[in-house]
Design a protein around this ligand. Sequence first.
Ligand SMILES: [Mn+2]
Length: 293
Amino acid sequence: MTEPDHIPQTFLGLPESAAAYARARVVVLPIPFEATTSYGSGTRDGPAAILAASRQVETYDADLGADLADAPIHTAAPLAPDFSSPSAMTDRIHAAAARYLADGKWVLGLGGEHAVTLGLVRAAADVHGPLSLLQVDAHLDLRDAFEGTPYSHASVMRRCLDEGHRTVHVGIRNVSQEEAALVRDRGLPVFYGRDCAAGDAWIDQAVDALADPVYVTFDVDGLDPSVIRTTGTPEPGGLGWWQAMTLLARVFARRRVVGADVVELAAAGDRASDFAAARLAARLAALALHGSP
Ligand SMILES: [Mn+2]
């Protein structure tokens, strides 16, 4: 039972009646995993910060004309980290997401570091086949390995590429020479931060480059630090908030999106960053439930 004056500990503070698993169409899966972060730390606390901030988000989404007050969104218990081997956590995430997908749920993962995406993508691919991944990020994460592990946050998109998925990269503004060569050799669609700053023509081009089904992986450092600054590796010159919202609206309008994640928020007591990440997660859930107007 929820005490009358207490907001439930669910995503958006949804009442337990709304958030029951059986009726849920969306499952919010907190994954407080941090093992390979290379610069600032704190992503292990990202999911809790997003959930806490989400309880202050207005459930009515005026842009979509949708109210989430009784939305069928279940908040799963945080997935316990497994540090036993580089691939063990990926397997654990894969198994958890697979269970929800088997029950017909749409999974919204909350990281944690970007490495968590691989397990979520594998589970989605088991059900839907090869995916188009829309990556919003400052970094390509296309290194073959980083600091000795192929399961690093800096290699996650490379693993996805190697596993047969198509990738489209948006907001990119810090790449390695190895990654630049791979982009060139494979002709990967990359929309650099400086291109995104020049206007909005890139938005439809990015959606054009995606094929159904689509999975959205949103590293919050893809946004400009004026929107979200508490992230492991902040980079100047990122997407504006409304650019990101327009991108998501177009993707959901034009493509079949089968899952998403929000990763790399490093909880550091910055309310603006936490709240923006919660708004982002809420928008993804709203789009998953109601589509793009
Ligand atoms: Mn990044």
